[in-house]
Ligand binder design. Structure first.
Ligand SMILES: *[C@@H]1O[C@H](CO)[C@@H](O)[C@H](O)[C@H]1NC(C)=O
Ligand SMILES: *[C@@H]1O[C@H](CO)[C@@H](O)[C@H](O)[C@H]1NC(C)=O
Ligand SMILES: *[C@@H]1O[C@H](CO)[C@@H](O)[C@H](O)[C@H]1NC(C)=O
Ligand SMILES: *[C@@H]1O[C@H](CO)[C@@H](O)[C@H](O)[C@H]1NC(C)=O
Ligand SMILES: *[C@@H]1O[C@H](CO)[C@@H](O)[C@H](O)[C@H]1NC(C)=O
Ligand SMILES: *[C@@H]1O[C@H](CO)[C@@H](O)[C@H](O)[C@H]1NC(C)=O
Ligand SMILES: *[C@@H]1O[C@H](CO)[C@@H](O)[C@H](O)[C@H]1NC(C)=O
Ligand SMILES: *[C@@H]1O[C@H](CO)[C@@H](O)[C@H](O)[C@H]1NC(C)=O
Ligand SMILES: *[C@@H]1O[C@H](CO)[C@@H](O)[C@H](O)[C@H]1NC(C)=O
Ligand SMILES: *[C@@H]1O[C@H](CO)[C@@H](O)[C@H](O)[C@H]1NC(C)=O
Ligand SMILES: *[C@@H]1O[C@H](CO)[C@@H](O)[C@H](O)[C@H]1NC(C)=O
Length: 862
């Protein structure tokens, strides 16, 4: 599994990172000052204050334990001594400003090279982390030659890392992480010979391992993770003889295992997970003992061969990640790990071994283990008496996904410390035991994809449960009411089961915490409850038997981002009143009994709307789409590059969308995906010209309505469009030549209209099947002749038909390819601790059914 990326280990990294962070801050915040500041310094600070706006607080501050506060706001108000201003520290003798800590200060804007910060000549510490600074890194700091501590992390700085930073030769700490820097590390960094800590993680830096860093022999922490570095790690890295922490995970480093790292005696942490290292781990054999190594993660590379036995020499290891080491079906002697008595966190998932792990026996080796991931290996969790007393275990996180387990592991009953349990993708039958809900610390349970049939009622459920995932089982009967007693529940996913009855009223108990509710694909009946959700972000009740109207109370769900009620029997008019929802991004009403006109709807944030297969009718005014701003502009390139999946760390929204004639499941919804599907209704009149404003639209389906008039030429402005379907309407006139210029448009359908005239040229048109143009009045042109060449009826100025049989063959997933092609621009940067938890570098789409949009070359000739 290439590019696999172990989220848990990164969280661990993140935690160490947080820790560093906090420890750094406490230093900075300490020293108070008494002396009056110098007037020109005060002047510079006040000017600096006015260069930026006070924006929104950065969401990550509290996550990282820093109190967000707009420090500059009070500057200058009552107090003339700038040395007493928030975040300012002066030299006690001279009154010069030497430290400026504006972390988490809501600052927003661009630095200019003339920024008055350049006049704070005496600064030794500058902390601008966790703000919203944009643009190039400011050259205004190039002359601050006394700087020893420079932290610009968690901003939106972009561009190349400027080489003048290499002139700040006093720096001991430099943190550029979590920005949008790209390009290579400048050679000038070789001058930073005082540097002990260098953090550049979460950018888009590329190139080989920056050899200039090998000059920085004082480095103790080097953090490169989540960038695009390539090439092999240089053996000379051993010249960094003080290096303690080396984080290089989630890049594209190649080569074999860099065993020379083991010869740096100071090293305690090595993170190489999520790269493309290959070969065997034989080199482990030369480990010089005793090793100080505490954390080693080499998960998610392309290593093959046995687990090296010499790993048992790393006796100080507290964390070990070997996930996806491909043992090629060899047996593994799991007792090797028993020598690692200090282990707290062990990830040996997906070893591709036939050896079965006896869980109880295995756990008896480790008394300190708090996190264990055995997913993808064969595990037996027999409930027979085990070697040791399982209740002495301290396990907090246990991942047993896809382990072929058939019985619920009984020993968990005694695991009072357990917080996270993943036993998804197994073959566990029967009831989910009631005692599970009485474990006092358990907050995450994933039971998905087993064959559970019911929930045993717990005696008294603990309130700790936050994320309960139970999709894809055989649950039947009513949704159990004890779920309503899980008062902390934030995520409830019971989709793809056989639950029947109505959605329980008692779910109102959950209203103050529940943010993701997925009851899709069950047999639920009755209406949607009216008053139970206050802070819901996503509600999916698609594919049930729900009736009645959409509760009007939905309009107060101001946090709602996703509403999906597809394939029910809801009989209502268009919910234009949902326009008041400030965050609604996805609205799916598909296949219900909605009816009537849809005029006067303007959805500012909506990116995906599917109201297809209902009974909507009437005309759409020509300015209909004028206010649909999210589809007109998704924001800056930066916003795009920070695109994310919808959902939370423990749950991702998904949906099925008709795209290019295929039903495609977006297993994760990228926050920049856009689609508009009005098909299968009774809309009439002209297609609104304002459709041309929706420049970000990827999928547009207006088929199977009664639209008349011309196809608006403004459609030529939909430059992002990949799929266009206007078939089965009453459109007449020509296909606008402008559409021929839409270079991403890989799938289109104009059939069954009354179109006439010249079919546009353009490569995209040439790849369409003939059927996309069939049943019109008088289309012609060389394009048509080309695409219909294989058809019996020669393409001509007359109407033509495609033989039915022509469509039978293969299911083409070309659109997956198209979607994959779409992703490289999207680098999920920035949001440590959020994206981190769930980002997988794949575009999760499953495709069902037949693609009408086959490339011509795949059609059979006669
Ligand atoms: C300034 O002083 C006034 C009165 O002394 C006080 O009400 C106000 O809160 C002070 N403002 C700040 C920002 O300290
Ligand atoms: C600084 O430069 C920016 C743009 O380069 C300009 O708009 C601004 O007026 C300048 N400010 C000062 C104080 O010179
Ligand atoms: C830095 O100092 C040099 C030499 O004194 C000067 O030319 C340059 O303009 C200064 N840069 C800034 C941004 O102040
Ligand atoms: C760095 O400093 C050197 C000498 O002090 C100077 O020649 C060079 O121009 C400076 N580079 C940058 C990018 O400021
Ligand atoms: C390495 O550091 C030395 C001083 O310690 C300096 O003279 C040399 O230029 C640096 N090399 C590079 C490649 O920056
Ligand atoms: C697992 O090992 C077998 C050999 O037993 C090999 O054929 C297979 O490709 C390996 N699986 C993976 C995912 O590499
Ligand atoms: C469900 O689990 C089985 C193993 O029991 C696995 O093969 C399958 O891929 C899983 N299905 C999904 C949708 O994850
Ligand atoms: C679970 O449900 C599926 C489909 O509904 C069915 O094929 C299967 O036999 C059921 N399994 C059990 C153990 O009930
Ligand atoms: C919707 O409800 C109305 C009455 O309220 C009824 O006349 C109509 O037939 C219903 N439509 C559908 C498709 O069930
Ligand atoms: C829309 O459909 C309804 C029946 O659902 C009908 O009463 C109404 O006249 C139709 N409106 C238009 C403009 O066709
Ligand atoms: C198409 O876009 C251009 C440039 O953005 C704009 O001037 C023009 O008015 C647009 N046309 C329509 C019909 O929206």
């Amino acid at each position: 599994m290439k590019g696999f990326w172990n989220s848990k280990s990164i969280i661990r990294i993140t935690l160490s990172f947080i820790f560093l962070f906090i420890s750094q801050f406490s230093d900075v915040l300490a020293a108070p000052t008494r002396h009056l500041c110098r007037p020109e310094q005060k002047d510079a600070l006040l000017k600096f204050k006015n260069e930026f706006e006070i924006g929104k607080p950065c969401g990550y501050c509290t996550e990282y334990g820093i109190e967000p506060y707009p420090k500059t706001e009070s500057w200058g108000n009552n107090n003339s001594d700038c040395c007493n201003w928030e975040g300012v520290t002066c030299n006690a003798k001279s009154g010069e400003v030497i430290e400026l800590d504006l972390s988490c200060s809501y600052l927003h804007g661009r630095f200019h090279s003339n920024s008055s910060i350049r006049n704070l000549h005496f600064l030794t510490t500058l902390d601008l982390s966790f703000n919203d600074f944009k643009g190039q890194i400011m050259s205004s700091i190039e002359n601050l030659s006394h700087l020893t501590y420079l932290d610009l992390s968690f901003n939106h700085f972009s561009g190349q890392v400027p080489s003048f930073i290499g002139n700040l030769s006093q720096l001991t700490l430099l943190d550029l992480s979590s920005n949008n820097f790209f390009g290579e590390i400048p050679v000038s960094f070789g001058n930073l010979n005082q540097l002990t800590r260098l953090y550049v993680s979460y950018n888009k830096l590329s190139g080989n391992f920056p050899n200039v860093l090998l000059n920085l022999t004082g480095l103790s922490s080097l953090t490169l993770f989540h960038n695009k570095f390539t090439g092999t790690l240089p053996p000379y890295i051993t010249s960094l003889s003080n290096l303690m922490k080396f984080y290089a995970s989630d890049n594209a480093f190649t080569g074999t295992f860099p065993s020379f790292l083991f010869t740096i005696p100071s090293l305690t942490d090595i993170y190489l997970n999520g790269n493309q290292l290959k070969g065997t781990l034989d080199e482990f054999g030369n480990i010089s003992s005793p090793s100080n190594l505490k954390e080693l993660d080499i998960s998610g590379n392309n290593f093959v061969g046995p687990v090296p036995s010499s790993i048992s020499k790393l006796i100080n290891l507290q964390k070990l990640g070997l996930s996806h080491l491909n043992t090629q079906g060899r047996p593994v002697d799991f007792s090797i790990f028993s020598h690692l008595k200090s282990l707290q966190d062990l990830n040996i998932s997906h070893l591709n071994t036939t050896t079965r792990i006896n869980l109880n026996y295995f756990l008896s080796y480790f008394k300190r283990l708090s996190s264990l991931d055995l997913s993808g290996n064969h595990v037996s969790a027999t409930n027979k008496s085990s070697v040791s007393d399982p209740s002495s275990q301290l396990i907090q996180s246990l991942y047993l996904s896809g382990c072929g387990i058939t019985e619920f592991p009984e020993f968990i009953r005694t695991q009072q410390w357990m917080q996270e349990l993943d036993i998804s993708n197994n073959k566990i039958k029967g009831q989910v035991p009631g005692w599970l809900w009485t474990l006092p610390n358990l907050f995450y349970v994933n039971l998905s994809n087993n064959t559970f049939i019911g929930f045993q009622r717990p005696k008294k459920p603990e309130p700790s449960m936050e994320h309960l995932l139970g999709s894809n089982n055989n649950f039947t009967g009513k949704i159990p009411s004890f779920i309503c007693e899980l008062r902390s529940l934030e995520t409830l996913d019971l989709s793809d089961n056989n639950f029947s009855g109505s959605i329980p009223r008692c779910m109102g108990n959950l209203k103050s915490n529940l943010s993701h509710l997925n009851l899709r694909q069950n047999n639920l009946s009755g209406g949607l409850p009216k008053h139970i959700f206050e802070i819901l972000r996503s509600l999916d009740v698609g594919h049930n038997q729900l009736v009645g109207k959409l509760p009007r109370s939905l309009r107060f769900f101001s946090t709602l981002e996703v509403l999906n009620v597809e394939s029910n029997r809801i009989n209502d008019t268009f919910p234009f009143w949902l326009t008041s929802l400030p965050k609604l991004q996805v609205l799916v009403l598909r296949s219900n009994a909605f009816h009537g006109p849809i005029h006067e709807a303007s959805f500012l944030k909506l990116r995906i709307i599917d109201i297809s297969h209902n009974h909507f009718n009437g005309t759409l005014p020509s300015d209909y789409f004028v206010k649909w701003s999210a589809m007109s502009s998704l924001g800056t390139d930066e916003d795009r590059s920070n695109a994310n999946y919808m959902g939370s760390g423990y749950y991702q929204d998904s949906m099925v969308l008709m795209n290019k004639g295929v039903e495609s499941e977006l297993i994760r919804i990228l926050t920049i995906y856009t689609a508009l599907d009005f098909s299968g209704n009774k809309f009439e009149g002209e297609i609104p010209k304002s459709i041309g404003l929706l420049k970000e639209l990827l999928v547009l389906n207006l088929s199977n309505n009664a639209f008349t008039g011309h196809i608006p030429s403004s459609m030529g402005n939909l430059t992002a469009l990949e799929s266009l379907d206007v078939s089965q309407n009453k459109l007449y006139g020509e296909i606008p030549q402008e559409i021929g210029n839409l270079s991403f448009l890989s799938c289109m359908n104009f059939s069954h209209n009354q179109l006439a005239g010249l079919v546009p040229g353009g490569q995209q048109f040439l790849t369409q099947p003939c059927s996309s143009f069939e049943d019109n009045l008088g289309l012609f042109g060389s394009t048509l002749e080309e695409v219909c060449r294989d058809i019996h009826t020669p393409a001509s100025h007359q109407q033509y038909k495609t033989p039915e049989t022509e469509e039978e063959d293969e299911e083409v997933i070309s659109w997956i390819a198209a979607a994959i092609a779409f992703i490289p621009g999207i680098v999920l940067g920035l949001t440590i601790g959020y994206i981190l938890v769930f980002y997988k570098p794949e575009w999760f789409i499953k495709t069902f059914g037949r693609n009408n949009c086959r490339r011509r070359s795949t059609t059979t000739t006669h």
